[in-house]
Structures are given as C-alpha cells and as structure tokens.
Design a protein around this ligand. Structure first.
Ligand code: ATP
Length: 460
C-alpha cells in the first residue's frame, strides 16, 4: 500500500492533471493561486459525490427536503447571522519575510524568508517577529447594480446554511414539514482564506453540502449523536478506509458561543489529519438571530401539543471538494504487479474508488477494431447507458494498456468483446479492477452482473 508522505500528494496532484481530474484555473495565463477547475473526470467525480450525498440526505428520507438558495442574499442576512461582525480569522504578519499567516495555522506554515527556508512560521512568532494578531473578515464583498457605494455592498455567501434559515418559514408553510425535519442544500461558498492550500482542501471558492436539522429543543442531543454516526458512516459506505477516518470532539474552548457541541469527521491526508466535515449543535441561535433581525416570528407551532417553540438545529456541514479529494487520496494506490507469462514486474497505479464514486463505472472494449467486435461492443454500451450506468467505449491501443488506463482513473469494471463473442459462444470478458481477475459471461447477463457487482462491492 502507498505510504502517506508529502510527495504522495504531489503524485496524486500530477495524476489529477495528467488524467483530467483537476487543473490549475486560468493555467494559460499562469494560473491563479488556490483556484482550480475540474476536468472531464473530475466533473464526473464531483457529480457522483454530490449525488451520493443528495441520495443519502434527501432522496432516501421522508424527513429531509432540498433547497437551492441564492449566493447573493440581502446584506442584513449576514449582519443578523453575525458574519459581518465576526466571521473572521486571526491574521499575523511576519516583519522579516513579509508573509501573512492565519494565526492558528502557524505550526503548519513555513516562513517565506530564504534564509529560514522551510522553518515553521511559529518559530518567527517565538522570536518576536510577528505582529499582534488582528481579525480579518473572510467574506468577499462586491456591489449589486451600477453604483459602487456603501449602500450597494453585497456579500458572496461564505456558507450555504443561512439560505436555509432564511427560508425556514417558506419550507414549513409550503411542504408541511414539522420538527424533527431537515433542509439540505449543495452549492458554492466563498471565503477569502488567509492561507489557502493543500490542493483543493482549502480554496477561496468551494462547494458545500450542508443540512440543517430542526428539532424540538429536548431532542437536540439525541439527533446530534445520530448525525455524527450517520455522517461518519456515509464515508465508510462510500468506500473510505476506516483506519484513515476518525471523529474528533471539539473541546469547550473551540466551540462557537452559541454551540453546545461539535464533532469533526477527520481524514488522515498525506499532510496530516484534517477536517472533512463538522457536525454541530447550534441551538436556536440562527432562527432567533434572524427573527430579531427581520422582526418576524420564526417559531414553530406544534399542533399536537399546542405549544410554540423555536426549533433547535443540528447541522452536518461537509465540503464537496474536500470530500472529492478525500475519495481520490483514499482510493490512490501504487501496486507491484507481475506478469505471469513474462515474469516481469511493474508498478500499477490504481484508484480503488467505490463504483458509486468512480467517474466511469464500466469501460467496454472491442479486442480489435474489426470483425464485428466494435458493433457487438456498442450494443453493450447502449444497454448499460440505457440503464443509467456511466460507460466509456475505447477501441484504441493494446488491450493491456487500455486496462491500465482505466485502473489509473478508477474504473471498476472493463468488458472486452473478442473473437469468441462474435464467432464462438458469444461470451464476453469482465475484468475486475481490484483483483484484476477475469471471468466470461453471456452478453445478456452483462447488466445484471454489473449491477450485482456494484451492490456487492467492498473495499479489499
Ligand atoms: P476551517 O476551520 O478548516 O477553516 P471550518 O470549520 O470553518 O473550516 P465549516 O464552516 O464548518 O468549516 O465548513 C464546513 C465544511 O466546508 C468543512 O468541513 C469543509 O469540508 C468545507 N470547507 C470549509 N472551508 C473550506 C475551504 N476554504 N475550502 C474547501 N472546503 C472548505
């Protein structure tokens, strides 16, 4: 198994570029710091991550509905929520290297001075080279409309959650939901991070997958525990290795003033443990803050008990880009494989994605580009695509190389049509990415076999 080292991350980043998962944004202009574009396979990967989340959080549940709110909202939303006054990180400047650092990241950051190259920035602080920390607001500001003055200031949302709180009454009134119930949303968020980095782990523009679960106040603890387990389990169900995943309960001094509990789901990246998702008990803070800000009653009247209360909120908040990167890092492996015939060994780069997460689920190959094989292969491609299975057709190059190319992008199953298919018993070969084992099946069984394999897939 590949060892977790910093240069492992470099190899993964290089694979992402080479095979079209992630590109540096605006690369032809020299790139822009911490901005990335998702290529053909990256776009599929991210879509699968979002689908897996939406399926688990909305489609399969009676108690959660979806929402898609605007990125630009009324500026009062951000005053009421506390973001204008307090959504900031502490910033320090190094007087010597002129670097700007997030104070709580000093341990992981390196001084920019050539003489001190590579030494942790916290040493500069110990030597008194850092300025006093000052608050730096992370919200991006812009102006709505043609006049750029203080009255036209608007913000790009730094989280999707507030769009859910401001629509609480709309959802209750239009969908007749009653606590305990949730509202889920996936969408872009923007934070002017002081120190973005580690590839797409921390960027200034990213996508979030957040769900606000509204509960009667006395059920908050119970649902918090439920959502910590459920969200941790979602990563395991989608193939993440359990030994690289952990839950970290926040200490009291890490909690926001309104929060009475928070647990992060963390992953062990090549650069160390990092937050993948946070599950927080937010109390009634958000609905109360907006009720105060807009002057409207955001409480809920419970018909059964004839009582009125402001629901408490349990929030699982995940990052889509972070999740996509985690699935990629976790799936990455370099294995030594030996050719049985020649005895030669080589390194096979493979992504052991869960079939649900893999950008391509099945690749179909005619062994050669003649003798009716492409036609027979296309029939299988059509059948799989009709069934909604992401299928890739490839007829170029040696078959071994075609398998390797699919291993490298994590395609779990390859189907090869050969002479036996068109002139013999009609069977095709199904090759498994993880075991590299091959079996022959009837073309009429392909769809059923692939469906069964997807269902039964387990991390080796
Ligand atoms: P951090 O402490 O790392 O800055 P946070 O605790 O402020 O993050 P939340 O506000 O809880 O993060 O956001 C929920 C999720 O959104 C995070 O768990 C992460 O997956 C994702 N996320 C937050 N900031 C970023 C970012 N700058 N780039 C990519 N994903 C992010």
């Amino acid at each position: 198994m590949a060892k977790a080292t910093p240069d492992l991350m470099e190899r993964i980043v290089s694979l992402c570029k080479r095979r079209g998962f992630v590109f540096q944004s605006s690369e032809i202009y020299g790139g822009i710091n911490s901005c990335y574009d998702y290529g053909p396979l990256g776009a599929e990967l991210k879509r699968n991550v979002k689908n897996a989340w939406w399926e688990a959080m909305v489609v399969r549940r009676d108690d959660i509905v979806g929402l898609d709110s605007a990125i630009i909202q009324h500026p009062e939303v951000w005053r009421s929520s506390g973001h204008v006054a307090g959504f900031s990180d502490l910033l320090v400047d190094c007087k010597r290297c002129k670097g700007r650092f997030r104070e709580d990241h000093l341990d992981a950051m390196a001084c920019l001075d050539r003489e001190f190259c590579g030494r942790p920035a916290k040493v500069c602080r110990e030597e008194g080279l850092m300025t006093e920390p000052r608050a730096f607001n992370l919200m991006f500001e812009t102006h709505a409309g043609p006049v750029k003055d203080s009255a036209s200031v608007v913000y790009l949302r730094p989280e999707t959650a507030q769009g859910i709180f401001t629509n609480f009454l709309n959802v209750v009134n239009s969908s007749r939901m009653a606590p305990p119930f949730g509202v889920a949303q996936i969408g872009k968020s923007f934070r002017n991070e002081i120190t973005p980095g580690n590839f797409v782990f921390r960027t200034r523009e990213f996508e979030q997958m957040e769900m606000e679960f509204f509960v009667p106040p006395d059920q908050s603890d119970r649902w918090y525990e439920y959502w910590v387990e459920e969200r941790y389990d979602w990563y395991l169900r989608n193939g993440v290795r359990p030994d690289r995943l952990r839950k970290r309960v926040h200490a009291d001094d890490e909690l926001a003033h309104y929060s009475s509990g928070c647990t992060d789901v963390e992953y062990e990246y090549p650069f160390g443990w990092g937050e993948l998702e946070g599950i927080a008990k937010r109390g009634s803070y958000d609905l109360e803050a907006h009720a105060k800000g807009c002057g409207k009653d955001l409480s809920f009247f419970d018909e059964a008990s004839k009582t009125r209360y402001v629901p408490h909120v349990v929030e699982p908040a995940a990052g889509c880009d972070r999740a996509a990167m985690t699935f990629l890092v976790d799936a990455y492996d370099e294995e030594t494989v030996t050719d049985e015939k020649t005895g030669k060994s080589e390194i096979r780069t493979v992504l052991h994605f869960h079939p649900r997460i893999a950008p391509i689920t099945v690749a179909v190959f005619p062994l050669v580009k003649k003798a009716g094989m492409p036609e027979a292969a296309h029939k299988i491609v059509d059948e799989l695509r009709d069934a909604g299975i992401r299928t890739f057709y490839d007829e170029k190059g040696a078959i071994g190389r075609r398998y390797r190319r699919q291993d490298e992008v994590g395609t779990p199953y390859c189907i090869t049509v050969d002479g036996e298919t068109v002139e013999g018993d009609g069977s095709v070969t199904v090759r498994d990415r993880d075991s590299m084992g091959q079996e022959r099946i009837a073309p009429s069984d392909v769809l059923a076999v692939i469906r069964q394999k997807i269902k039964a897939w387990r991390r080796a």
